[in-house]
Ligand binder design. Structure first.
Ligand code: PLP
Length: 404
């Protein structure tokens, strides 16, 4: 008889966003006269910037001519893109990251989910609570987490690092030393950030204890304040303890085009082996490269015109974030995030649970957000709203919540 990977059976319940979609669908069917506004989505809504579209068209035309046609892309990515990233995202910020330390992929989710493969299944992982679910679930599938404890809402062998209001939703250094530490800043779902000094403490800790930090910087482009690191490599010593993962999804609206990258410095070793070699081997064996036209579009993000256009989009989204934060704060809600990230994290009123507040907003004012408890038990009593909606809907949603 064929046996399955039993680890998949350990994954709890249905996926958060399908549960939300189901509840909204049910409500809309029963109340077809109501207009529901969705501020729960983590997807962008603005179209791709015109300069990037122009370059995409050009690249498509190249594919139609024998002289410029491109077949398989190099597994690790085209050098035009890797050189550009190395220069613009790293060297210009004072970080030494060479082009060949950058691995191009079709997005950060795959990289966040796949990176654990190069480590032993004995490794102990640490995650923030609340957390972007991919880090935990991909380790569950690999058999690294132990069983799920329903009462605690946690996996037995995972080190959870609480991110609470008292610490600005930033984790404390764990007492029990993990092998792999997942960090994501600016954070999804809390919108929190770490200062350079705070991140430096994590780098020092990882180097001292021999841990590896897996740093997800998918929302780096939303940082607006000084002294917030855009990359972990701005910290001294990060080359020997950190892998960084980035995405073009929220930076330039590539959620449907798909492009991201992972940085593994050649100085980073474990078990006496360079992690760069393992990831290169994995990429070469299991991945055939992001499409040429998409990599050209990615390059256009770094041109002066492309950069200007995506910065306008980001500041427009962040205008929504301000409307949400200011509107809720002045109505007496306790609100954080929304300054260096497109996520607003609010405390549910009184003793309401996250799902109770979700139901209240859906039924009373027809606004959809994301219950914080869907990101882990540490998110209970919180609620996530996003800045990715359109302006009119955002204004109307906040007006409705304020009148609640
Ligand atoms: N990392 C974080 C923290 C995210 O929130 C997301 C998307 O929502 C991703 C990674 C996935 O990015 P991509 O679209 O590049 O797969």
């Amino acid at each position: 008889m064929i046996k399955i990977n039993q680890n998949y059976q350990k994954l709890p319940g249905s996926y958060l966003f399908s549960t939300i979609a189901g509840k909204v669908r049910e409500y809309e069917t029963a109340h077809s006269d109501k207009t529901v506004i969705r501020l729960g989505i983590g997807d962008v809504t603005m179209p791709i910037a015109p300069e990037i579209i122009r370059v995409l068209h050009q690249a498509v035309d190249e594919m139609g001519k024998a002289e410029t046609f491109k077949g398989y892309a190099p597994d690790l990515g085209y050098s035009f893109l890797r050189e550009t990233i190395s220069e613009k995202d790293y060297r210009q910020r004072g970080c030494r990251i060479d082009a060949d330390e950058i691995f191009i992929s079709d997005g950060a989710k795959c990289d966040c989910g796949n990176i654990q493969e190069i480590f032993s299944t004995d490794c102990r992982i640490a995650v923030c609570d609340p957390v972007y679910p991919v880090y935990v679930d991909s380790n569950v599938m690999a058999g690294r987490t132990g069983d799920y404890d329903k009462d605690l809402g946690r996996f037995r062998d995972v080190i959870y690092m609480p991110c609470t209001g008292e610490t600005g939703f930033v984790p404390q250094l764990p007492e029990e030393v993990p092998d792999l530490i997942y960090l994501c800043f600016p954070n999804n779902p809390t919108g929190a950030v770490m200062t350079k000094g705070q991140l430096q403490e994590w780098v020092d800790y990882a180097n001292e204890k021999g841990s590896v930090i897996l740093y997800d910087a998918a929302y780096e482009a939303y940082i607006s304040e000084e002294n917030i690191p855009h990359s972990i490599y701005e910290c001294q010593g990060a080359r020997t303890c950190a892998i960084e993962i980035r995405s073009f999804s929220k930076t330039a609206g590539f959620t449907g085009l798909r492009l991201g990258f992972t940085v593994i410095p050649k100085d980073l070793t474990a078990d006496g082996v360079r992690l760069w070699d393992l990831w290169a081997r994995r990429h070469g064996t299991k991945y055939n490269g992001a499409p040429y036209i998409i990599q050209r579009a990615g390059e256009a993000v770094y041109t002066p015109e492309g950069r200007k256009q995506i910065e306008e989009q980001i500041s427009w989204y962040m205008g929504n974030a301000r409307i949400i934060s200011d509107g809720l704060r002045s109505a007496g809600y306790q609100v954080s995030g929304g300054k260096n990230a497109p996520y607003i994290w609010l405390k549910t009123p009184g003793t309401m649970t996250s799902w109770e507040f979700f139901d209240l907003l859906l039924e009373e004012v027809n606004v959809v957000g994301t219950p914080g408890s869907g990101f882990g038990p540490g998110g209970e009593g919180y609620f996530r709203l996003t800045a990715f909606g359109n302006r009119e809907d955002t204004i109307e949603a906040i007006r409705r919540i304020r009148n609640l």
